[in-house]
Design a protein around this ligand. Structure first.
Ligand code: FES
Ligand code: FES
Length: 185
């Protein structure tokens, strides 16, 4: 069992403390935007923010995340208009999209500490693997996201998909939430 804040909501996972945060988010909280790629810390598909720091959720247990603030791709922006999300779409830096959530979380963390990163800084910070080969477009997208973050450029937001944030989570036995008293436990 572990309690933490996930996407601004207090949650209690009724799971063994050794459970990787990745599985708690995906299987218990139904936050499937966080992807399972390698499970051993190599690919970055599972990246989330924990207390504002970008971490590979496959390498963090829920016991280690106890009491911490976790943000997944679903919680990065309420309306999918984070500058990195906008720029990734505008620069067509997405192919199959499997690696995209992890890359967006890594890039968002980078821009938070450095809104005008150089090409070298971007390549050093974004080590995520992409089997579709979007890396050449990533530098352009992240530089552009930085300009949006610095308010020197605007991008029209991409149309939101027809899935509400609320629908991204469903009631499952392993997920307890003090805000949802009617949830199965
Ligand atoms: S699934 Fe976590 S780094 Fe690959
Ligand atoms: S876009 Fe397909 S793995 Fe990166």
């Amino acid at each position: 069992m572990a309690r933490m804040t996930v996407n601004d909501r207090p949650v209690e996972f009724l799971l063994d403390g050794d459970t990787p945060l990745l599985w708690a988010l995906r299987d218990a909280a139904n936050l499937t935007g966080t992807k399972y790629g390698c499970g051993v810390g190599d690919c970055g598909a599972c990246m989330v923010h924990v207390d504002g720091e970008v971490l590979r959720s496959c390498l963090v247990t829920i016991a280690e995340a106890e009491g911490r603030v976790v943000t997944t791709i679903e919680g990065l922006s309420a309306d999918r208009t984070h500058p990195v999300q906008q720029a990734m779409v505008a620069e067509q830096a997405i192919q199959c999209g499997f690696c995209t959530p992890g890359i967006v979380m890594a890039a968002a963390a980078l821009l938070k500490s450095n809104s005008a990163p150089s090409e070298g800084e971007i390549k050093a910070a974004i080590r995520n693997l992409c089997r579709c080969g979007v890396q050449p477009r990533l530098v352009r997208a992240i530089e552009r996201a930085g300009r949006v973050a610095r308010r020197v450029e605007t991008i029209s937001a991409a149309p939101a998909p027809g899935i509400s944030s609320r629908d991204a989570k469903s009631s499952v036995p392993a997920f307890g939430n003090s805000n949802d008293k009617d949830q199965s436990r």
